[in-house]
Design a protein around this ligand. Structure first.
Ligand code: NAP
Length: 343
């Protein structure tokens, strides 16, 4: 095994042999560390929103069934990797052991959040998820997880509740991607965010504003969310449309915008996002429920000359950006706090 393979965690893949941990069906969760690994004593998982929605819908909102499903996935795969959505989430815990050759700079006893997906993080749970009712994205639990040399983790900030930090860090790639697209456009682009009252959506609006975007529009599903988003003051315009109904989205947005950011947690938002975007514009697909084929073939079928970006969960500085947007933007706090406390 080469140093690079080990740094990427290939030695932890049980099947199929030779793939990277994210593509693996099953990982080795042994608590015994290789010299470049770190072990985390796990306290809480944050399930990816698309994964939690899919599991809840599959089990008709039955919390016990959702809990059994999550426990089953982790026990079977050695990681929280939803086989339907392909997504995971992230976790918080305390650094339990650090291999002598770990380059991550972590120390035993530090409270941390992993910034790499649960879909590639070896994870073993020891409490049968007994403290979780199966009705929220955040999962209090116990067990251990392993980080590789190429993993990322952030020491949890002392000024924020851990649940809040976990929720922010889970989606911190969205505001970072939005900021990058807006800032690199060379002018003040108009921006529409689908799912704008959600966690990644409101952070993306705030990031777009800070990056000196032009007109900002929030697209939400219900009048209730519209009222909350208007009160938060993050968008110039708030419109109501089902993001999975392309014509409704296009009509609600009106004149196509320069940048569309997809932050819904439901499948089927690709065509609405493309229709809402002007020729020459950009769509950022942050949602894990995005279908590559629906986006690519849909854009082709509409003869839409748009650039489509996959919202990479990692951008340098993404964690600090999201935490700072939360600290400095009352409207972001007003939208995120109720979602975290609901968890
Ligand atoms: P969230 O807080 O639950 O927000 C999602 C928002 O979308 C909610 O306001 C929801 O409304 C709204 N929504 C759902 N279906 C809709 C529809 N048909 N039309 C209009 N709005 C709709 O979720 P989040 O944590 O921000 O996550 C958003 C997405 O980002 C998820 O797909 C998640 O998987 C993805 N994600 C991606 C990465 C990455 O690295 N790319 C990392 C983490 C998460 P309701 O509240 O009324 O349902």
């Amino acid at each position: 095994m080469t140093e690079r393979q080990r740094a990427l965690g290939v030695h932890r893949v049980l099947e199929p042999a030779g793939v990277l941990p994210q593509a693996a069906w099953r990982l080795d969760t042994s608590p015994d560390l290789h010299p470049d690994e770190v072990r985390i004593s796990v306290q809480r998982l944050n399930l990816d929103a698309a994964s939690f929605r899919q599991l809840s819908e599959e089990h008709g909102g039955d919390g016990d069934a959702v809990r059994a499903a999550v426990a089953g996935i982790v026990a079977t795969r050695g990681k929280m990797h939803n086989p339907v959505t392909g997504s995971g989430g992230m976790l918080i815990g305390v650094v339990d052991a650090v291999g002598d050759d770990s380059p991550l700079g972590l120390e035993v006893g530090q409270p941390v959040a992993t910034l790499v997906s649960l879909t590639l993080t070896p994870l073993e749970l020891t409490d049968g998820l007994a403290r979780w009712d199966g009705r929220s994205e955040q999962v209090p639990t116990a067990g251990h997880a392993v980080l590789f040399a190429r993993s990322l983790a952030a020491v949890l900030p002392e000024d924020l509740p851990q649940e809040t930090a976990l929720a922010l860090l889970d989606v911190c790639g969205a505001p970072a991607a939005t900021e990058r697209v807006v800032a690199s456009s060379g002018r003040r682009p108009s921006v529409a965010v689908l799912g704008a009252a959600g966690k990644s959506g409101c952070l993306s609006l705030a990031a777009a504003r800070d990056a000196r975007a032009g007109h900002l529009m929030g697209v939400v599903r219900t009048e209730q969310e519209a009222a909350a988003l208007r009160a938060a003051g993050l968008a110039d315009d708030v419109v109501v449309a089902d993001a999975t109904d392309p014509l409704a989205v296009a009509e609600a947005v009106g004149r196509p915008v320069d940048v569309t950011v997809v932050c819904v947690d439901a499948a089927g938002a690709e065509h609405g996002a493309v229709l809402a975007t002007a020729d020459g514009g950009t769509v950022v697909f942050f949602s894990m429920a995005t279908s590559f084929s629906a986006a690519a073939l849909g854009a082709e079928g509409m003869a839409a000359d748009v650039t489509m970006l996959i919202g990479n969960g990692y951008t340098p500085g993404h964690a600090a950006l999201a935490l700072d947007l939360y600290r400095t933007t009352p409207g972001v706090r007003a939208l995120i706090d109720p979602r975290v406390h609901r968890s």
